[in-house]
Design a protein around this ligand. Structure first.
Ligand code: AMP
Ligand code: MG
Length: 330
């Protein structure tokens, strides 16, 4: 198992030696390495078992570093960074020469973000390089939102987990690219399309199927527990044959009589979508460890941050019932 601690010097030493360290961010925990080192970037891919065609996000601590790693910055990107950094927004910008091809998987853009976690910002300030960091989970599995989640999933492969407590936001960053000055959303996240539109004046969703293929955050199956998940908009009218009585429920705010209370998790009993996002992955980790035969999950209201929660639920699900009725197709 890895060591879990708050020692920035230890994390620094391992990273400078070309190793990988799990780091906290406000979204999910990341598996970080030197973004300018082939060796470190290679280790990130092998530790996660992540396909090499799936690029990594580069984390910086100061907006002044942005121009070192990208060739040009649209005005819309400047405005978004002023509004949302540090924070859960990743921007795709033309890759500058110091960024190695391994980070971008040979793509012309590099994904950059300034995370809003004091420990990780301090760590970045101590290092002479930016950190490449995808989520600290084996490829395709549920993202980690605590140091314990990381240890359970990758503890036998890494030495150190920098413990910054449970992640405040709980789901991955919104990824935005640019079509000239038009903001294009590649992955839904904590920052909503409306939040972006307020800053840039316009926003659209990426429709390019080629890109959907390369972006894990957009692949149809991702963020999945090992237990089968069935997603529905109406738990009271389930039109499926249940495999047994050993069923778990993941609901927005209510409980239901179809299984024991012990096997039910409401993401936010008071009906708060931000709280639901924060609790989503912890709930999936918990239900996945209960040896259930099936997890039935319920859509949350498809508004604000609920849009991103539903996006993750759809990718986590193995079976979806009546999706059209409950989700605005975006
Ligand atoms: P993760 O950090 O595990 O959430 O994964 C990062 C996400 O950002 C993945 O879905 C990547 O495909 C996407 N991403 C990172 N860099 C790029 C890039 N240069 N172009 C397009 N998508 C990217
Ligand atoms: Mg990930």
């Amino acid at each position: 198992m890895a060591i879990i601690g708050k020692n920035l010097e230890t994390a620094c030493e391992l990273l400078i030696a070309g190793g990988v360290v799990a780091i906290p961010t406000e979204t999910v925990y990341g598996l970080a390495g030197n973004a300018l080192s082939e060796e470190a970037v290679d280790k990130i891919y092998t530790t996660k078992n992540r396909p090499k065609n799936n690029p990594l996000i580069v984390h910086i601590s100061d907006i002044n570093y942005l121009q070192e790693y990208v060739k040009s910055i649209p005005l819309a990107a400047v405005k978004l960074s002023e509004k949302f950094w540090p924070g859960p927004l990743t921007m795709l910008l033309p890759k500058g020469s110091p960024v190695i091809d391994g980070v971008t998987a040979g793509l012309p853009n590099v994904a950059v973000r300034m995370p809003a976690h004091p420990l990780t910002l301090e760590l970045l300030n101590m290092l002479p390089f930016p950190l490449a960091a995808p989520s600290a989970n084996p490829y395709g599995y549920i993202s980690p939102t605590t140091a314990r989640h990381v240890n359970k999933q990758l503890g036998d492969k890494i030495k150190y987990i920098l413990d910054g407590g449970p992640c405040r936001e709980g789901i991955e960053s919104t990824i935005v690219g640019f079509d000239d000055e038009m903001a294009v959303i590649y992955r839904k996240g904590v920052i909503t399309p409306d939040d972006i539109k307020k800053v840039t004046g316009s926003v659209k969703f990426n429709q390019n199927p080629e890109h959907k293929h390369i972006t894990s955050g957009m692949s149809p199956s991702h963020y999945s527990p090992k237990t089968s998940v069935c997603l529905t908009g109406d738990i009271n009218n389930l039109n499926i044959t249940l495999p047994s009585e050993n069923i778990g429920l993941l609901t927005f705010k209510n409980t239901f009589p179809i299984t024991s209370r012990r096997k039910q998790i409401a993401l936010s009993p008071k009906g708060d979508l931000a709280e639901a996002a924060k609790n989503l992955y912890e709930a999936l980790h918990k239900l996945d460890s209960m040896h259930l035969d099936l997890i039935i999950a319920e859509y949350v209201p498809d508004e604000g941050i609920g849009i991103a929660i539903n996006d993750r639920l759809i990718r986590a699900a193995h079976k979806i019932i009546a999706e059209e009725n409950h989700i605005n197709k975006k």
